[in-house]
Design a protein around this ligand. Structure first.
Ligand SMILES: [Zn+2]
Length: 446
């Protein structure tokens, strides 16, 4: 007697595009994709999508700051993964800073895993930190299953996660190259930022100009030089300035092992629309002007930017300093985990990009780059992690209705197109007040 399976029927986005299909799932894995069979085995659990829905691979968001333990009041695993699930994100990778301890040792990684265990509504993997004190010990973290290492070249915003100097960056890359790992870098140059520093301002333009494109260009140059010298795989997180794209494209065509991400805020917001005092829009590097935004979209279309992830970086409402509107003092970080797909789809369709392109940027490509080989696509052998998406249905963002912990987001009040109606993890529907279905991921052995 054959075992019962779950069968999804309807419009499906596979690697061949969007078409009517039947997707068969057994033991959490996709086992068949074929024509819709109206005579399906009656023992099967059949899930029929509505005509206005498309089955998508669950999104893979490799840039999420969860902050638990230590700063759980900023964001915790239960709330972050609930927001992810509600937004169709089925895998997140947690950043190594803002929690206490930061994930800079095998012991700290274990503390993170214990904190996440039993709370994860979606799959959670971990980045580790490359800080001055963790240099020389990165191989042990790699062996413990982290997906790679994050470093800063300037003040990270929290004292327990100090930056690397340019020499230490090269040291870290040499160490990581020895086991063919991945280093991801917050690319703003400390000297350029120090030279433009504004301790306090309510004016958005002054804040933006305090972290100028030159800071990103200089830091990207530092990363390229170190990657070229060491052969290490390097990845630029949250690229804001399109002025860095030519150097990145040139280095890649020279064979430097480099990838790049940007975020929904750089692709959907623009400085022209940010009023003074609106610190919910503060992030570092900052959102720049409309012309820059157009060039970032072009960078995505050209493939110089590989993918789009949230950089969901929340804090408490108090730390956003919304009352005084001081961009210098406010926490720099934007909360958007639940909204990424709708934000990017709303903008992409206006610009003439297709849903398969968007999903490649938000699921397929990030999974490939960071090494989550069984996720990010609907194909035989892949995990049955899905988002059911209604691409023509619009909604208005209400910050208080989002699942992340603190009800702040720069997108409050915006009308977006495309809603996530259901999320599945290994073929099972995610129910937010049910028992969490997420797994804690370790990097697959090469
Ligand atoms: Zn971040």
């Amino acid at each position: 007697m054959s075992q019962a399976q779950t069968v999804f029927q309807g419009w499906v986005l596979t690697t061949d595009g969007i078409a009517p299909h039947q997707v068969t799932v057994r033991d959490g894995t996709i086992t068949a994709i074929g024509a819709i069979d109206e005579l399906a085995d009656p023992r099967d659990d059949i899930i029929t999508l509505a005509d206005d829905e498309i089955l998508l691979p669950g999104l893979v968001d490799t840039h999420v700051h969860v902050n638990e333990p230590g700063r759980t009041e900023w964001e915790g695993f239960a709330t972050a993964t609930a927001a992810a699930a509600a937004g169709g994100v089925t895998t997140i990778l947690d950043m190594p800073l803002n929690s206490i301890p930061p994930t800079t040792s095998v012991e700290a990684l274990q503390i993170k895993r214990v904190a996440a265990d039993g709370q994860a509504a979606v799959n959670v993997g971990f980045w580790a930190g490359a800080v001055p004190d963790s240099l020389g010990q990165l191989a042990a973290l790699h062996a413990a299953g982290v997906f790679g290492f994050k470093c800063f070249l300037l003040d990270s915003g929290v004292p327990e996660f100090p930056p690397l100097s340019a020499d230490q960056l090269r040291e870290a890359m040499a160490e990581i190259a020895a086991f063919d790992g991945l280093l991801i870098v917050h690319a703003e140059d400390p000297e350029v930022v120090e030279a433009h520093r504004r301790a306090h301002t309510v004016h958005y333009r002054e804040f933006m100009n305090s972290r100028p494109p030159e800071a990103e260009i200089a830091a990207v140059g530092t990363v390229i030089a170190a990657a070229r010298a060491t052969g290490c795989r390097a990845h630029i997180v949250h690229l804001s300035s399109a002025e860095a794209l030519p150097a990145l494209a040139a280095a890649r065509s020279d064979g430097v092992r480099l990838t790049v991400e940007t975020c929904p805020h750089y692709l959907t917001l623009q400085a022209e629309d940010i009023a003074d005092g609106q610190t919910q829009f503060k992030c570092c590097p900052p959102v720049r002007d409309a012309a820059n935004r157009d060039r970032l979209w072009q960078g995505l279309a050209d493939g110089v930017i590989d993918f789009v992830v949230s950089d969901h970086s929340p804090s408490t409402i108090e730390l956003k300093r919304l009352d005084e509107g001081d961009f210098g003092a406010a926490w720099g970080g934007i909360s958007s985990l639940q909204l990424g797909l709708s934000l990017i789809w709303t903008e992409a369709r206006q610009r003439g990009y297709s849903l398969p392109q968007v999903i490649n940027w938000m699921a397929g490509r990030p999974a490939q780059v960071v090494g989550v080989p069984d996720k990010g696509a609907i194909a035989i052998g892949q995990a049955a992690d899905f988002a059911v998406f209604a691409p023509d249905e619009s909604f208005t963002v209400d910050a208080a209705a989002l699942h992340h912990r603190n009800a702040v987001t720069p997108y409050h009040g915006r009308t977006l197109i495309g809603t996530v109606r259901a999320t599945y993890l290994e073929g099972r529907r995610v129910v937010l007040d049910g028992s969490p279905l997420g797994s804690l991921l370790t990097r697959a052995a090469a």
